[in-house]
Write a new protein. Structure first.
Length: 443
């Protein structure tokens, strides 16, 4: 079987306003109710082995994801509820690795029974939605924010993914590193210093760098993700999917701001997901980072003895980084059982548990409003009220950028352009010219 593109329609722009409205009332004391859809027992009586493939940390099983102590092992729980099911769980090191595997095997076969896809490459997957099972189930209506559902629904009305999390952003910071710079590291003080626009953030970074001689944040690519995520249409025209990145002055302004920050030493130049980045988290090689809720588990796993906290603020108000889906390849041998597993893992009660495990903020209104989420504190982060903070950060999101079929490739080219400047292999001007060449080469 070969990949055959199909015309699809999907939208992200309307989602942010819905998200802000939906999560504004997250002070509810209700608990997630148990889902009626395959919560226990199981529809399959015969023994079946299911393969599940995700990336980074989804909060499903600490044994597979290398995280800190998880409150819940969802894989073990599912197998206990379904004695006939054995789950083989594989976790890719990065979203990029998972994406390459997904598109390599989507046509020929060889994918897992349940495959996670990340929101940045969801538009690519939507072009081949006929190769993914239709997961539409009226019994599950209301399990996810409507914009999350709409984004994974193709032109024929087929739902190809169940939403896992969203990624409202705060700023996480190393308390010891901030104090070593002679700065006030209290949560209130850091929140006040960061609140406002991006100029405030870079001013704080310069203050820190001047005092310590170190970069304030890990790398420019991380801050890029936050800044680009606040533009409505950064790289593609929503009406035509034509690439507009090279003609969008907002994109060039972000590039110029970040490369100037790099030249001023504000970036530590430690590539996210690399070994040096992980070590830098533990060693205080940088002091702060844009921090979507799912990043909490990453920090805790890489800096087990660290002294970190969470500022309840984000430059320009709010931002969303990430959020994934569970899909079921249509050609798999266990589509019915795989669909049941995907539905259970993304039900409100499991989303609340995944949040407690790794900070994956629910894409379910019910889960987001539950006591389990709203009242949750994170001991590692000085008992920060993580549930309250990220509920407020989610309500502050006002923009969901349009992501068409070329978004991932263009953004990857921009990441590489910024890294060349961070690493000193090219000047900002030279690297922008290379970026232009890379973007023009995208088909």
């Amino acid at each position: 079987m070969s990949l055959s593109r199909r015309k699809t329609t999907f939208g992200f722009a309307a989602g942010a306003a819905t998200l802000a409205i939906a999560l504004a009332g997250c002070g509810s004391s209700s608990e997630p109710e148990s889902s009626d859809s395959a919560a226990a027992g199981g529809s399959m009586d015969e023994p079946v082995t299911l393969t599940l493939a995700t990336f980074n940390q989804f909060g499903y099983s600490a044994d597979s994801e290398g995280g800190a102590d998880y409150a819940y092992d969802l894989i073990a729980e599912y197998q206990e509820l379904h004695p006939n099911v054995t789950i083989v769980y594989n976790v890719a090191d990065t979203s990029n690795t998972a994406r390459e595997n997904f598109f390599t095997k989507l046509g020929p076969g060889g994918l897992a029974d349940v495959e996670a896809i990340e929101v940045d490459w969801l538009p690519e997957a939507m072009q081949y939605s006929d190769l993914l099972a239709d997961l539409t189930n009226p019994e599950l209506d209301g399990n996810w924010l409507q914009w999350k559902v709409d984004a994974a629904t193709d032109a024929d009305g087929r739902l190809i993914g169940y939403g896992t999390d969203i990624g409202p952003e705060a700023i996480c910071y190393n308390v010891d590193a901030i104090e070593a710079a002679g700065m006030d590291a209290s949560r209130d003080a850091m929140s006040a210093a960061i609140d406002g626009d991006w100029d405030n953030f870079f001013d704080l970074a310069k203050q820190y760098s001047d005092a310590t001689g170190k970069g304030f944040y890990e790398e420019n690519a991380a801050v890029l993700q936050a800044m680009i995520g606040q533009l409505e249409a950064p790289y593609e025209d929503p009406a035509t999917d034509e690439i507009i990145a090279l003609d969008n002055p907002e994109v060039k302004d972000i590039y110029d701001t970040l490369t100037a920050a790099s030249e001023a030493g504000l970036s530590a130049g430690l590539q996210q997901w690399g070994d040096d980045w992980a070590a830098g988290m533990a060693n205080g090689d940088f002091a702060a980072m844009p921090c979507p809720s799912w990043m909490l588990g990453v920090i805790e796993g890489n800096a087990p003895d660290g002294n970190w906290d969470i500022a309840n603020a984000f430059p320009n108000g709010g931002g969303n980084w990430g959020g994934s889906y569970l899909t079921v390849p249509a050609g798999g041998e266990n589509v019915e059982a795989a669909t049941e597993l995907a539905a259970w893992l993304t039900a409100p009660e499991q989303q609340a548990k995944a949040f407690e495990n790794v900070g994956a903020f629910p894409s379910s209104e019910e889960a987001a409003a539950s006591d389990a989420v709203v009242s949750y504190t994170r001991p590692f982060f000085n008992d920060a009220p993580a549930g309250e903070i990220y509920s407020e950060r989610a309500a502050a999101v006002t923009v969901a950028p349009y992501k068409g079929p070329h978004y991932f490739e263009v953004n990857d080219a921009m990441v590489n352009a910024l890294r060349r400047v961070d690493e000193g292999t090219m000047s900002a001007e030279e690297s922008w010219k290379q970026f232009e060449s890379d973007v023009n080469a995208i088909g």
